[in-house]
Design a protein around this ligand. Structure first.
Ligand code: GRF
Length: 202
């Protein structure tokens, strides 16, 4: 079985990376991680990659004069690794239009809200503050506008009356770990099609 080659881009904890590592370790999972890239050194996610003997690179944004230069270096490294799909997993830098267009329909992101509601940061706190009764997470293809793009999978979780941000974030994170691997599997199996900027699953 030819397995889809993934790059996972991180900036920190890497729990979604870990979920992908665990899925890729299962027999018959149709993808494998060929490189992990972090823009920050010494983050937990890099340690997770090393523990699983996955090649990893730190590409520090501060070392580049512009976002474009930083992103072109990422493309060089990603292409040299033969990557077919990029998974953003808590990657905390905005991407250049050029990078996003180059990887169009070959780059996905996981976001801890039910998009298009609550784009951006602090989304769990904002969902609680808005009095929402459900929240969840979304895996979507990446487009130029942050947290926009064809939605592949979503999962919902309840928001309880006494929830604080940590409790809600943890509940959502459990679902993130499940649906990110599921989205990768569907793409690797060639079952995701984009038509008029909507994703359809066979
Ligand atoms: C996750 O909540 C993800 O949805 C968001 O950033 C967080 C990353 O967490 N994009 P982790 O680094 O995967 O643990």
């Amino acid at each position: 079985m030819a397995r889809l080659k993934l790059a996972v881009l991180i900036s920190g904890r890497g729990s979604n990376l870990q979920a992908l590592i665990d899925s890729c370790a299962k027999p018959n999972f149709p993808a494998k991680i060929v490189i992990v890239i972090s823009n920050a050194a010494e983050v937990q996610g890099l340690e997770r990659a090393r523990q699983s003997s996955i090649p990893c690179r730190v590409i520090a944004h501060q070392d580049y004069g512009s976002r474009e230069d930083f992103n072109s270096e990422m493309t060089k490294v990603i292409e040299a690794a033969g990557v077919e799909l990029i998974c953003l997993a808590g990657f905390m830098r905005l991407l250049s239009d050029e990078f996003v267009d180059h990887w169009s329909n070959r780059m996905i992101n996981i976001h801890p809200s039910l998009l298009p509601a609550f784009t951006g940061l602090d989304v769990q706190a904002r969902a609680i503050a808005a009095g929402e009764k459900v929240s969840g997470c979304t895996v979507h293809f990446v487009r130029r506008k942050m947290d926009e793009g064809p939605i592949i999978i979503q999962a919902t979780v309840p928001i309880h009356a006494n929830d604080d941000v940590d409790a809600l974030a943890a509940r959502i994170l459990d679902e993130e770990h499940r649906i990110y691997s599921e989205a990768v599997r569907l793409i690797a199996e060639g079952r995701v099609h984009i038509l008029d900027e909507q994703a359809f699953i066979d």
